[in-house]
Design a protein around this ligand. Structure first.
Ligand code: ZN
Length: 255
């Protein structure tokens, strides 16, 4: 019962590998359904009384507009609802928080887009206010990022925000304590969970990327080759870390 992590479902060319093409995304959904899997939101996943081997939680990080344009219509055809983690200060803005080597900027969902997903039954989670690495912020900055984003998204959707995706997948005991104090019930990372951290606030996810063939995607669903995915994921983490370093080189966090 994996939790899958997507970023963009986007037909435009970009050097980023954290994108899947709409046709590729549709094919993956069809593969999963044909293999007897069923998709749930993260909250539904957590609420399961017993382990359901065929339940897959579908999550999207960063809240790009392309989720509304491309992923929503495909998922609606199959009556599937997913979870999207939104960066609350980037509604309707371009992704200038990210280092982009391809030169193309991508727009985030605006307030109406987030509400539309919520109204379609999607779960809205927090991806903080400004996508800083929470483990590198001061205590005050960290609390502000997790608390304000939750409140802002709750005001927007008129619903409780109970889950958080840590930017760059980075978390630690202090971050988790702040999330718990802010009222979250769960948090997700990329790749493996950290054994020393509380499980519900450190849920492992399998990233889905541009280079995933239908065969590799099927294996990710079964998660039998967990070791191989962790190896791939480490490569991605390395890329993300590069992003953090470059970004902090350009401008240090103000908080
Ligand atoms: Zn992100």
């Amino acid at each position: 019962m994996p939790i899958l992590a997507y970023h963009m479902v986007e037909p435009r060319f970009d050097l980023s590998i954290t994108r899947v093409k709409p046709d590729q995304f549709r094919r993956q959904i069809e593969i999963a359904l044909a293999s007897g899997y069923r998709f749930v939101t993260l909250r539904e996943y957590l609420a399961q009384a017993q382990v359901d081997e065929k339940a897959v939680a579908l999550t999207f990080d960063d809240g790009y507009e392309s989720i509304y344009q491309y992923a929503l219509p495909i998922l609606q055809e199959y009556d599937i609802r997913a979870t999207v983690f939104v960066i609350s200060h980037y509604l309707g803005k371009m992704d200038d928080w990210d280092v982009n080597f391809g030169g193309i900027r991508f727009r985030h969902l605006d307030a109406d887009g987030v509400r539309a997903l919520h109204d379609a039954g999607w779960e809205i989670g927090s991806h903080t206010c400004s996508h800083w690495d929470l483990t590198r912020l001061s205590a005050a900055g960290r609390r502000e990022e997790v608390t304000a984003s939750k409140m802002e998204l709750e005001r927007l959707t008129q619903a409780q925000v109970q889950t958080i995706s840590y930017p760059f997948g980075n978390t630690n005991a202090e971050v988790i304590a702040d999330c718990r104090a802010a009222g979250y019930e769960a948090g997700v990372v990329m790749g493996r969970s950290h054994v020393e951290l509380e499980m519900n606030f450190n849920l492992s996810r399998i990233g889905v990327y541009l280079f995933d063939s239908p065969g590799l995607f099927s294996q990710k669903l079964v998660a039998k080759k967990q070791k191989m995915f962790n190896f791939i994921q480490r490569g991605i983490d390395f890329c993300s870390d590069g992003t953090v370093l470059v970004r902090q080189g350009i401008g240090k966090p103000k908080k």
